[in-house]
Design a protein around this ligand. Structure first.
Ligand SMILES: Nc1ncnc2c1ncn2[C@@H]1O[C@H](COP(=O)(O)OP(=O)(O)OP(=O)(O)O)[C@@H](O)[C@H]1O
Ligand SMILES: [Mg+2]
Length: 270
């Protein structure tokens, strides 16, 4: 297995002058092919920012980001959108479905809009509908679906086209406990059975536990990957960082589970 995502010394600021906001400050992390990594940190610590940089949705940064072996900072727009279309699927907290298209047309949209024929995608569509438990809902309109079902449509849409990476920003942030479990189980299956590499942003230690590893984004603190998770929890203190107003982020990588962060996480969510 090789590194499928490499973030090397990445810095990102918003604004200028007095309103300059240094969100990422020399962040480094990498994700191996086939991993399911959870990215955690206080609100405002730059998780979404980092995810969007990795996804090529924002190209304005310092440092290097390599995805599927390509330094995305050096790619022309066309080459970058090709990588996005072929290699990456995006899932957001709000499902971003097109309300006047039915389930299957929503799932097909990113591919058909880029010139693929529906007939070419039929077999894959059937398989994805099956995996996501949406076969019976394929003709349903989004507004007739529960939140969990709508998120499953968004995941099916991200997975169609056979990407290698799924980037998910708080995919269960808007869901109840039962739907959250359903979505996390689905991600875990996609990771195991389809070998999809997943990078999810989450505030929930429970959700993070579905992943194989958790990376913490934290103001100016780094703990290397062999660090004891208790030490990470003690030094990082998500709850404390949130009240301090995190602005400059570095990445803290924790190989162990995320149990020790439960307490601070519950506060972060409140
Ligand atoms: N487009 C933007 N313009 C200006 N500032 C921005 C922009 N996007 C994000 N920021 C700022 O960057 C910082 C990090 O934001 P980001 O959305 O990455 O945080 P986050 O860790 O995802 O937080 P949350 O957990 O609340 O989603 C915040 O201070 C935010 O205000
Ligand atoms: Mg965010």
């Amino acid at each position: 297995m090789g590194k499928i995502i490499e973030v090397n010394n990445v810095s990102k600021t918003f604004g200028k002058g007095e309103s300059l906001n240094q969100v990422l400050n020399g962040a480094c992390m990498s994700v191996e092919e086939g991993e399911f990594v959870s990215l955690m940190g206080a609100s405002g610590s730059g998780k979404s920012t980092l995810l969007y940089l990795i996804g090529g949705l924002d190209r304005n940064y310092e440092g290097n980001i390599t995805v599927c072996g390509k330094d995305i900072g050096t790619l022309k727009d066309k080459a970058l959108s090709d990588i996005r279309l072929k290699n990456m699927g995006f899932v957001f907290q709000f499902y971003n479905l097109v309300m006047n298209l039915n389930v299957q047309d929503n799932i097909l949209l990113p591919q058909t809009i880029n010139g693929k024929k529906k007939s070419e995608l039929k077999k894959e569509l059937d398989e994805i509908l099956e995996i996501t438990g949406l076969t019976a809902k394929r003709k349903a309109m989004p507004n007739t679906l529960s939140g969990g079902q709508q998120q499953r449509v968004a995941i099916a849409r991200a997975v169609l086209g056979n990407p290698s990476i799924i980037l998910a920003d708080e995919p269960t942030g808007n869901l109840d406990a039962a739907s959250t479990k359903e979505i996390m189980d689905l991600f875990a299956r996609l990771n195991k059975e389809k070998g999809l590499t997943i990078l999810q942003v989450t505030h929930s230690a429970d959700c993070a536990k579905y992943g194989t590893r958790t990376v913490f984004l934290e103001n100016g603190k780094t703990v290397d990957s062999d660090a004891d998770i208790d030490a990470v929890a003690a030094t990082v203190g998500i709850e404390k960082a949130a009240s301090d107003g995190v602005s400059a982020g570095e990445v803290v990588d924790a190989e162990a589970g995320t149990e020790a962060n439960d307490a601070s996480d519950a506060n972060a969510e409140a």
